[in-house]
Write a protein that binds this ligand. Structure first.
Ligand code: ATP
Ligand code: MG
Length: 429
């Protein structure tokens, strides 16, 4: 058997090819039937006629319905009129499954397609999304291996919150209760004392009640934590990583990007360094753009959309007021009202894809911040231990891979960037 893509070339012309896959389209014209066969690599036109097949075989093929599965053998030739420029004249075939119908046709509603996501995965559009996601996950991992990081595996069932109780999912646990991890950050911090540079890709769970186009309740979280690195050093690593991931997608998936209608030239211009803008300065800029924002306001999905339509590259927003960030972020020693942190906002209206920064590494300060946040320090004994034994300055970040994928592909909703989205209203299929 061969991949369709591998036979679509002049060298194959005149040879007998053996293909298998699914019927993408089928059309009969007079005594000829044209079947577009697809596999994971591409598609090609098959020709069925009573010339090279028996009459009843030709009849059987002519009555196939889309998404039936089959094997095809025949001689390939060039044909400019065919979808991918070649045609295989069938000499034999095998049908694996003959469908009566296929539930998905054109022009079906969004909810219908979500209910049938398990079937919609085979569409050309979603196959393109899946291929691009695959490149994004690989490129992220490659980048960190190439830069001397170790990949580690923190737990998913946890008993300490990182991002506050309001978005915790609770799970019964032998008469007790645990939560599903909102972030691996605290565990990643434990690893740096042996490995210094670590990363992980794991699902994170957030009981997000707000319905925005960028929130899932289960998403793929890529996180890193690095010893001895400050806020600026962390941003430098991140911008190189984003450039690496975007350029990998441009290199590997130009065809898929074009199929999705993405402006590939725009992506080619995504090069580090990215601008750094202090939160305070950003609020001034927002006012100049006529937005109703003032110092101290939190930036949600709507505000970030209005801000980032003004950018054509990702931008780091740094030095948020401490009131807007949670307890573990390190305040600027020169100005404790501001935090040594950053969010990376994707341009074109997409907004936050990364949150990161320096972690408090002083034991007393961390304890004080936890008390300010009404947290029980005993629950976090192991996190505090890291500040008791050989504490060091360190930074880290969390990147939502589905949000990154959504921006790279320029999709309208994060649900279109993940195969089986989990939201407040959807856990099927
Ligand atoms: P937001 O303000 O958009 O809710 P956040 O500040 O809660 O984001 P962090 O806690 O900093 O986000 O999480 C790190 C990264 O994880 C975010 O920058 C984002 O890319 C991703 N992320 C966070 N929540 C979600 C979610 N519900 N669905 C998808 N990705 C998410
Ligand atoms: Mg959130």
């Amino acid at each position: 058997m061969q991949n369709i893509k591998d036979v679509l070339n002049l060298e194959s012309v005149g040879k007998t090819v053996h293909l298998r896959g699914w019927v993408y389209r089928i059309r009969t014209s007079g005594k000829l039937t044209f079947i577009i066969l697809r596999d994971s690599s591409g598609m090609v036109q098959l020709l069925s006629s009573a010339r090279s097949l028996k009459e009843d075989e030709h009849k059987e093929l002519s009555s196939l319905v889309i998404e039936s599965s089959m094997e095809a053998t025949g001689v390939i030739r060039e044909d400019k009129r065919a979808v991918t420029g070649y045609e295989v004249e069938l000499s034999s075939y095998k049908i694996y499954q003959r469908n009566d119908n296929f539930p998905i046709s054109r022009d079906l509603g969004e909810e219908f397609l979500l209910d049938n996501r398990h079937l919609w995965l085979r569409s050309r559009e979603f196959s393109a999304v899946l291929k691009i996601r695959s490149t994004i996950f690989k490129a992220f991992t490659d980048f960190y291996y190439e830069n001397g990081f170790y990949q580690v595996q923190p737990p998913i069932m946890v008993s300490t919150a990182t991002e506050g109780g309001s978005t915790l999912f609770k799970v019964p646990f032998f008469g007790d209760e645990v939560s599903l991890s909102q972030s691996s950050q605290f565990y990643l911090e434990t690893f740096i004392f042996s490995l210094e540079k670590v990363f992980t890709i794991a699902p994170s769970f957030r009981a997000e009640k707000s319905r925005t186009r960028r929130h899932l309740t289960e998403y793929w979280h890529a996180e890193a934590e690095v010893a001895w690195v400050d806020n600026e050093g962390m941003m430098e690593i991140e911008e190189r990583m984003i450039e690496y991931v975007v350029s990998s997608v441009v290199r590997e998936n130009e065809e898929e990007l074009r199929l999705l209608g993405r402006d590939v030239e725009f992506l080619k211009n995504i090069k580090a360094p990215f601008p750094r803008i202090r939160y305070g300065r950003l609020m001034e800029m927002a006012q100049e753009w006529g937005l109703n924002l003032k110092y101290g306001d939190d930036l949600g999905a709507d505000e970030e959309r209005e801000i980032t339509v003004h950018f054509d590259k990702p931008v780091f927003v740094t030095h948020y007021p401490s009131s807007l960030k949670t307890f573990y972020h390190r305040p600027d020693p020169d100005n404790p009202d501001e935090i040594l942190c950053h969010d990376l906002l994707a341009p074109e209206g997409y907004g936050e894809i990364i949150g990161g920064g320096e972690r408090i590494w002083d034991l007393d300060l961390l304890k004080k911040r936890m008390v300010d946040y009404n947290l029980n320090t005993e629950d976090y004994y192991w996190y505090l231990d890291l500040r008791k034994y050989g504490s060091i300055p360190h930074s880290g970040f969390g990147l939502g891979l589905d949000r990154l994928a959504m921006w790279i592909m320029h999709l309208d909703n994060i649900r279109e960037a993940i195969p089986f989205p989990r939201t407040i209203r959807r856990t099927k299929p």
